[in-house]
Design a protein around this ligand. Structure first.
Ligand SMILES: C[S@@+](CC[C@H](N)C(=O)[O-])C[C@H]1O[C@@H](n2cnc3c(N)ncnc32)[C@H](O)[C@@H]1O
Length: 183
């Protein structure tokens, strides 16, 4: 499917994943090899999940979410609690695991080709995901953080620390995305 058609389909699903980000990530996701493993932390209703699926039909997608009411920035709870949209699962090769992402990591045994982190946006939350998931990413594998932006100071701090530690090579950081490769 071409990018304009993907953008149109993905836009039908509620969430926080936008055309600019799809444009940046489409060449990366569509080039993942057959049977590559993509892990997404933070499904919400599956908007980014659908983007990954439509960009590459040949990869396995594992998407993780607490599936509890999501506390929005203004302190209100989003109701109903996030659940992946049924329209997305029908595309196949998508498994949703419900749970706290670092708990899920402790039971996850596959090597990861692409890790997309869009779960808990606090410094401690991102650090926890980095500690739990980075060891499972293959050398040279893609590591992408969403909301790498000054409004999410914790995301920037945790990702910059990872970069300084030498664990991640930055390719670019723009339009709310940090895109890197595991060193
Ligand atoms: C910003 S939303 C994800 C948006 C989604 N990627 C999209 O395209 O719309 C963040 C999601 O992460 C989930 N989440 C937050 N902390 C989590 C954790 N520790 N483990 C698993 N999921 C978590 C929330 O329930 C929420 O649905």
């Amino acid at each position: 499917m071409d990018l304009p058609d993907i953008i149109q389909a993905v836009s039908q699903i509620e969430g926080w994943f936008y055309e600019e980000q799809m444009t940046i990530l489409h060449p990366i996701i569509s080039a993942l090899s057959t049977d590559a493993v993509l892990v997404e932390i933070g499904t919400y209703h599956g908007r980014s999940t659908l983007f990954f699926r439509l960009s590459n039909p040949n990869i396995d997608i594992i998407t993780i979410d607490l599936c509890k009411p999501y506390e929005a920035i203004n302190g209100m709870l989003v109701n109903p609690p996030p659940a992946i949209d049924d329209r997305i699962i029908q595309y196949g090769r998508i498994v949703q695991i419900i749970g706290e992402s670092s708990d899920v990591a402790s039971r996850f045994e596959r090597d990861i080709d692409c890790l997309f982190v869009d779960g808990n946006h606090t410094y401690g939350g991102v650090q926890k995901d980095i500690t739990a998931w980075m060891p499972k990413v293959r050398g040279g594998g893609w590591v992408i953080f969403h909301d790498y932006d000054p409004q999410y100071e914790g995301v920037i701090r945790a990702v910059d620390e990872l970069e300084r530690s030498g664990g991640l090579e930055r390719l670019y950081a723009e339009s709310l995305l940090f895109v890197g490769r595991k060193t």
